[in-house]
Design a protein. Structure first.
Length: 430
């Protein structure tokens, strides 16, 4: 029998995992002589992998209290489309990847229809909104988590959870050499490269990139310029966005990698923000974030998945983040964790500097970067701590899949095991 599988992801990292998961499910089903139909919410990457898109994830992926309020009518309309597709097609199982604001509502819908739910990549309930634990207990069959401390958090609360490892920990280091990366991006290999990673969402880039560029100017010894905040609406026509090379004698080269989810118009917005600050600054816009982290001497990284990539690659970095004042006020009241950066949460101590909201200034960034750039005790200590964090992300829970499987393969295997259990119990729709 060929099952129908609902898969939904709402952000860049989740969409990447979703595409890999579809491929892994197809491979494992093929080994059984089976195929499957996949539908749900995602990106073009998931669509290319075989997902029939009901709605695109970018239509509902909004972050922050004030931002969500402005987009509520559109988000609700997309949610209704998803809910109706579930009722019409009644899939055999649902895999929801992170993105709790939409996915907990979908989980309730699946539960009402008797469809098992696997939640892959836990929302940060251990940080805030712990009352949502009851939603997990009521509507989710199994939590598949990617951080080691999450498994005991759920199991202590009576929820079946498995640490499957972090998908990024299964990736090999980039194979492109420094010379090849330099040649492909007009970079001077003799300079000290600094990665500037402002985030993957347009709003994050608009909020973070001007100050990252201002920090670059301070570090390079250039006169400061008042950052101009961009609305970053993606409304300008497509044009050449790469910053042309310039000859200068500065010590540093600053590298800004673009998220693959950005549209051509949004890429042009990045170019515009950079052009407002690049007078005298040696800066390049590139495509490959992992290669940037691999070859940069150090980086400044917006809080999120990129910080996990930096930790796994072992690149010394500083974490930054800024949200609207209202969002920050709400978070400050309810968030109950000692750290923001995932590397610090895993280590249980301050391994990398965190510059959040008002602490996120060019001067503070430079102060921390200058300690990491020389090959001295602070740099070596951070790299050793990051190696320990990376090892924790590669650990495997006992009994979760055979040795040698990747995190994504383990998720696929657990999904098929749940399908088998549903078939044996007589609840499978196919």
């Amino acid at each position: 029998m060929s099952p129908t599988i609902f898969i939904s992801a709402g952000e860049a990292s989740g969409e990447h995992y979703g595409a890999l998961l579809i491929e892994a499910l197809k491979t494992q089903l093929a080994a059984r002589g089976q195929t499957a139909q996949f539908f749900g919410m995602g990106s073009s990457r998931m669509e290319l992998a075989g997902l029939e898109l009901v709605t695109r994830s970018e239509n509902v992926a909004v972050m922050g209290v004030t931002e969500i309020v402005r987009q509520l009518p559109r988000i609700y309309g997309e949610f209704r489309k998803l809910r109706q597709s579930i009722r019409d097609r009644k899939p055999d199982i649902a895999i929801l990847i992170d993105f709790p604001d939409i996915h907990f509502k979908l989980a309730e819908e699946f539960h009402s229809l008797g469809i098992p739910v696997i939640f892959f990549v836990s929302p940060q309930l251990w940080a805030w909104k712990k009352h949502r634990i009851e939603l997990v207990r009521k509507y989710v069959r199994r939590m598949l988590v990617i951080f080691p401390f999450e498994e005991p958090f759920y199991r202590e609360r009576g929820i079946q959870a498995d640490f499957v490892g972090h998908p990024l920990a299964d990736l090999p280091l980039p194979t492109i050499s420094r010379e090849q990366f330099a040649a492909g991006n007009w970079l001077d290999p003799s300079k000290t490269w600094i990665g500037l990673l402002p985030g993957s969402r347009p709003k994050e880039i608009a909020d973070h990139l001007p100050d990252l560029l201002e920090a670059a100017r301070v570090l390079a010894g250039l006169p400061g310029k008042a950052p101009e905040r961009s609305d970053f609406v993606g409304s300008r026509p497509n044009s050449v966005w790469a910053v042309p090379p310039r000859k200068d004698n500065e010590r540093y080269a600053f590298v800004v990698p673009l998220a693959p989810t950005l549209s051509p118009a949004q890429r042009e917005d990045v170019r515009k923000i950079v052009s407002e600050q690049d007078d005298g600054l040696y800066i390049r816009i590139v495509e490959d974030a992992r290669a940037t982290l691999h070859h940069a001497c150090a980086s400044v990284v917006a809080s999120g998945t990129a910080t996990v990539e930096a930790a796994l690659i072992g690149n010394p970095f500083v974490v930054v983040y800024r949200v609207s004042p209202i969002t920050y006020a709400v978070a400050k009241r309810f968030v109950r964790v000692p750290h923001v950066a995932m590397a610090n949460l895993i280590a249980g101590k301050r391994v990398v500097p965190e510059l959040i909201q008002h602490d996120f200034t060019a001067q503070n960034i430079v102060q921390h970067l200058e300690r990491l750039l020389p090959d001295g005790p602070e740099r070596q200590s951070m790299m050793q701590e990051l190696e320990t964090v990376g090892s924790a992300l590669r650990a495997r829970s006992a009994g979760v899949g055979p040795d040698g499987h990747t995190a994504i393969e383990r998720v696929a295997a657990i999904t098929l095991a749940e399908l088998d259990a549903a078939r044996q119990s007589g609840t499978l729709n196919s």
